[in-house]
Ligand binder design. Structure first.
Ligand SMILES: Nc1ncnc2c1ncn2[C@@H]1O[C@H](COP(=O)(O)OP(=O)(O)OP(=O)(O)O)[C@@H](O)[C@H]1O
Ligand SMILES: [Mg+2]
Length: 252
């Protein structure tokens, strides 16, 4: 079953002929699938994430989340859908500095109106899954390293058990070691919790953790490749497409 389905999506910015940021995108994300989106700067990756997560309305085309047609939902209904079914992770973590580590993590549960003991249970569960025992003791966000901040941001993004996790360049601000740690974590979340993940990345090694890589070029799907048995081989195949698109891995 698809947890996300995009049908003939177009996104045009500006008036008149405008700028076509997305052109006839057809895409399905299976339950439990881990999908990477690659493509050069300006190719439409973030726009695709915004439209797919209902943060931004498409100019035309349809977005189904968990089988639900989102087209005629009101802004309020969309906000509830996002709060309950979707998690977001960003390159710049977007933690709230004047809340402590625990408060940052439980924020979605507070917004969803859960009772204190339910919040407690879910926090304990996420603490075990992500091994947060030590980090969670730290009071302030300022005491965390970049990798730790992203770990907390991921905890916050999944604590309400969303159907889909959207991650826009989650390893973009981390060095390669930390990026690998975060990718291992996302892979565990994907495999153990069967959470569907859609992730934008410029990093071919990060993309090689995924089940499938989709390449955008000028707002269109240019190519997609599937992960087979061997991870090293998959990484090489990703690099081949990246080279063909005319970039090295870090300027894609
Ligand atoms: N709000 C907006 N208004 C007008 N044009 C926009 C808007 N958002 C994006 N665009 C344009 O749409 C195109 C795609 O932008 P998008 O941010 O999706 O690219 P991207 O692939 O995420 O790039 P990057 O790798 O740099 O993050 C770009 O040409 C951009 O200038
Ligand atoms: Mg972007």
């Amino acid at each position: 079953m698809s947890v996300l389905e995009l049908k003939e999506i177009y996104k045009i910015f500006g008036s008149g002929h405008g700028h076509i940021a997305l052109k006839n995108i057809n895409l399905g994300l299976d339950k439990g699938e881990f999908l990477a989106i690659m493509g050069s700067s300006g190719s439409g990756k973030t726009t695709l994430m915004n439209v797919a997560s209902t943060v931004m309305k498409a100019s035309s085309g349809k977005v189904f989340i968990n089988g639900l047609d989102t087209e005629h939902l009101t802004e309020e209904e969309l906000a509830i859908l996002r709060r309950e079914k979707i998690g977001f992770v960003f390159q710049d973590f977007r933690l709230i500095d004047n809340l402590n580590v625990k408060e940052n993590i439980i924020l979605p549960l507070v917004f969803n109106g859960l009772k204190v003991d339910e919040i407690h249970n879910k926090l304990n569960k996420i603490k075990d899954i992500l091994n947060l025992e030590e980090i969670i003791k730290k009071k302030s966000i300022y005491e965390l390293s970049g990798g730790q901040k992203q770990k907390i941001a991921i905890a916050r993004a999944i604590i309400h058990e969303p159907v889909i996790l959207f991650a826009d360049e989650p390893t973009g601000k981390l060095d390669s070691n930390l990026a690998n740690n975060i990718m291992n974590l996302l892979q565990e979340i994907n495999k153990n919790l069967h959470m569907s993940i859609i992730m934008v990345t410029h990093n071919s090694l990060s993309a090689s953790f995924c089940d499938r890589v989709l390449f955008l070029r000028d707002g269109e799907i240019y190519n997609e490749i599937y992960n087979g048995e061997e991870k090293i081989n998959f990484h090489k195949r990703i690099l081949d497409v990246v080279a063909f698109l005319g970039g090295n891995t870090y300027d894609l």
